[in-house]
Design a binder for this molecule. Structure first.
Ligand SMILES: C[S@@+](CC[C@H](N)C(=O)[O-])C[C@H]1O[C@@H](n2cnc3c(N)ncnc32)[C@H](O)[C@@H]1O
Length: 272
C-alpha cells in the first residue's frame, strides 16, 4: 500500500473511540485533549497502524471511509447521513457514468457520496439557493479532490434545471412537491426521483403530488440503525441510539398512455 502523502485525508481514532479526520500537511499538528500528534509522524508512512500522542495515548491511523468523511464534514446545517445516502445510491441506481441532479447542496454530505459513485465518467449537478452553504460544500469536496465531477450552481430550483435526460434527481429540501414539474423536465423517461424528509406530513404531501405529476412505483421507507458495543462476552446495543433522521421517498418518471390505469392499480393489496 502506498504511504500517506501530504493533503491525504486520514482517520485518527483515539481512546474511547474519539474520531478525527485530518488532511495531512507537513509541519501541522492535531491537538486533542489526549495529546498532540504531528502530521510528520504520519506523512510518508503506511496507514493501518498505531501511534502515540505526546501524552503517550494510543491512536489508530487509518484510511477514512466515505462514512467517516460524511459524518465528520465541516457543516452549517443538516446532512444526508450515510445510512440514507448509501441506500439512496443503490435504490436510484447511481454508479459510474450516471448524470445526477441534487438540491440543495447544503454542506455537500450527499454530494460527496454521489460524486464518488458517478466518477470518473458521470456528473453531479448540484443546486443551492444559499451561496454561503455551497461555499462550504465546495471547500469540502475540493479537499477530497471530488469537485472535478461536480457542477455547483447557485439557483432557486423553482427556476428549473439546466440539464435534461438525467438519470436521477434527489431533492433534500423542505418542500420537494413544489418542484416536481421541474424534476419532470430534467429526468429521462423512467428516471429516478428521490427525496429525504424529516416529518410524515411532508411525506404525505409529496406522495400525493407524485401521484398527480406522472410518477410511479413510489416507495416510502425509513432506515433504523442500531449499533452494538463490540464486546464479545457482553454483546448488547449501545446506550444511545439516533432515534430519527428522516424518511426516504423514491419514485420513477413515467409517461401516462391514457390506457385507463391509475397509480392505485400498481399498489399492493391493503390487508385492512
Ligand atoms: C438539508 S440541506 C441539504 C443538505 C445536503 N443534502 C447535505 O447532505 O449536506 C437543504 C438545503 O436546501 C437549500 N434549499 C432550500 N430551498 C431551495 C431551493 N428552492 N433551491 C435551491 N436550494 C434550496 C437550503 O438552502 C439548504 O442548504
Amino acid at each position: 500500500m502506498k504511504p500517506a502523502q501530504e493533503n491525504d485525508p486520514v482517520l485518527l481514532i483515539g481512546p474511547r473511540n474519539k474520531r478525527f479526520i485530518v488532511y495531512l500537511k507537513a509541519g501541522d499538528q492535531l491537538h486533542t485533549h489526549m495529546g498532540i500528534i504531528a502530521h510528520d509522524a504520519i506523512i510518508g508512512k503506511p496507514l493501518g497502524r498505531e501511534i502515540l500522542s505526546h501524552l503517550k495515548k494510543p491512536f489508530l491511523v487509518l484510511e477514512p471511509s466515505a462514512d467517516d468523511l460524511i459524518v465528520q464534514l465541516p457543516r452549517k446545517g443538516q446532512i444526508v447521513y450515510p445510512k440514507e445516502a448509501g441506500f439512496a445510491l443503490l435504490r436510484m441506481n447511481i454508479h459510474s457514468g450516471k448524470r445526477v441532479i441534487e438540491a440543495g447542496t447544503g454542506c455537500g454530505g450527499f454530494t460527496l457520496a454521489i460524486s464518488r459513485s458517478v466518477a470518473p465518467e458521470g456528473r453531479v449537478y448540484s443546486y443551492e439557493i444559499r451561496p454561503d452553504m455551497q461555499a462550504v460544500a465546495k471547500k469540502n469536496l475540493e479537499k477530497l479532490g471530488l469537485d472535478s465531477w461536480v457542477e455547483f450552481k447557485i439557483r432557486d430550483i423553482a427556476e428549473g434545471f439546466d440539464e435534461t435526460d438525467v438519470d436521477a434527481v434527489f431533492l433534500d429540501l423542505r418542500t420537494p412537491w413544489d418542484f416536481l414539474a421541474q424534476v419532470q423536465d430534467a429526468l429521462k423517461p423512467g428516471g429516478f426521483f428521490g427525496s429525504l424528509l424529516p416529518t410524515t406530513n411532508q411525506v404525505s404531501r409529496l406522495v400525493q403530488s407524485l401521484e398527480h405529476n406522472n410518477f410511479a412505483d413510489t416507495e416510502v421507507l425509513e432506515i433504523l440503525q442500531r449499533n452494538y458495543k463490540p464486546v464479545p462476552d457482553r454483546l448488547r446495543p449501545t446506550d444511545v441510539m439516533v432515534g430519527h433522521t428522516g424518511y426516504l421517498v423514491f419514485s420513477r418518471k413515467i409517461s401516462r398512455n391514457n390506457i385507463g390505469v391509475s397509480t392505485a392499480d400498481y399498489q399492493e393489496e391493503a390487508l385492512s
